[in-house]
Design a protein around this ligand. Sequence first.
Ligand SMILES: NC(=O)c1ccc[n+]([C@@H]2O[C@H](COP(=O)([O-])OP(=O)(O)OC[C@H]3O[C@@H](n4cnc5c(N)ncnc54)[C@H](O)[C@@H]3O)[C@@H](O)[C@H]2O)c1
Length: 514
Amino acid sequence: MHSQRRSDTPMAAYQVNPDRSTKPVGIKKICCIGAGYVGGPTSAVIASKNPDIQVTVVDYNRERIEAWQTDDLPIYEPGLLEVVKFARDGNLTKRTPNLFFSTDVDRCIAEAELILLSVNTPTKSLGRGAGHASELSYLESAVRKIGEVAESNKIIVEKSTVPCRAADTLRDVLVATAKPGLHFEILSNPEFLAEGTAIRNLLNPDRILIGSLKTPRGLEAAQALAAVYGAWVDPDRIITINLYSSELAKLAANALLAQRISSVNALSAMCESVGADIDEVSYAIGLDKRIGSRMLKASVGFGGSCFRKDILSLAYIAESLHLFEVADYWRSIVDINEYQKDRFTRRIVRCLYNSLSGKTLAVFGFAYKKDTGDTRETAAITVIDNVLTEGANVRIYDPLVKETQIRHELKNTTARLDCAEKQLTVCESAYEACTGADAVIILTEWDEFSNQGEPVRRDSGHGRKTEERAGRKVDWARVAALMRRPMFVFDGRNIVDAGALEGLGFRVECIGKA
Ligand SMILES: NC(=O)c1ccc[n+]([C@@H]2O[C@H](COP(=O)([O-])OP(=O)(O)OC[C@H]3O[C@@H](n4cnc5c(N)ncnc54)[C@H](O)[C@@H]3O)[C@@H](O)[C@H]2O)c1
């Protein structure tokens, strides 16, 4: 046994004074490029915890930037508005404002010592790798801009999720575009927040991962970033590792999280055939400490902007390394997800006597999960597309997502066709959606759709009518009174007490239950 630490072994990043008085070395101005789901909340928390650092979030999207300057923020996250107001509106809180939002990208880049890259990295839609590889053009253009306008050395932080060795690409672009003599140190600091709980995750992260080159300048840059987080994160949770391990760890984390969901969803198909109950199976396996209970909830399928694209990116990387079996393994997680959405739709059609033509389906929820207004890759897109193709009339209600956004998401599906457009109605309430409906399809696990548990609470800050509806739950007896007979509930999230709904006359179909 030897206790000597290898030089590349992950370690707590740095030591802070017990009184937390350590000041970030040299960092007085941070610029975050990208005012989205990651850039906005992350910058708001950094600013709120580091009153001496000026944090400016920049984006070319003027509408988004203007919304960040109001109380109707462009994204909804529980607790986000309070953190933003605290750091942004110093006049209200007697605190000097240190959080700013701007479209003046050049000026903010030029002034900052540390730049957070939080731009989108979607799946490529054109050319080589289309449908699989990550699109790095947004990152590249942000970095070109840095090279163009920088007059001083900068630390550049990959917060976006990137393929392995993206840092090398960014360095290459900087070397080619920047003024001679300037130094740019690239760090990987992937973001692990989950939408819907972003503020909680940012305030109390499981870990902060900082990947750097193991050169003196790389380690110094990692220390400077660690000190920013050190204002509120325990030093033991700030981990410094190799730059490329950090890039890969983010893709791997998302792949493993999605893999748990696809595993449970694959089991749910078996449950329906053998008379088992997936909630009981998940509970039983989750009690094993080696497995743990989280991310074992069966559903209609995962959505969101990250899981699918990050798994496809990981598989593409494996394939480009000629690791074809590895690529197939990761891709099968996405395949099961598609299968689950399709299987759910087939069940709806089967239960409704093999025809949806002329029938009306009320869809409860369009967001990809509760407590967010994000609809990217939501399972609702596929399910709604499928039932429209079968001829159903679809009446959608989501507490947060606006009609324009729903129609935008559906524009590349059957709904783009004139006939399907007429089949689609976006409703203002669950009751409006249910009027004359043959079935309710629950696609988002919003608390208000469940007939069990506590009343709903939601803070303000985005979307329509959030305050006036807070505390309300769907009255299922009222729903029953509005629907045609026989009436069905297809619970794609397993959030209802099926027995209670059956007592009201519903036929209830849940995921993973016969
Ligand atoms: N959304 C999540 O839950 C989450 C969690 C962890 C990691 N990530 C990763 O973080 C990154 C950002 O994700 P997001 O959900 O915040 O994306 P987003 O689409 O919400 O925001 C990205 C923003 O970047 C802006 N942008 C793009 N290129 C720009 C440029 N050159 N200059 C200025 N602004 C530019 C866009 O206008 C957009 O507003 C992605 O790589 C994603 O995979 C996302």
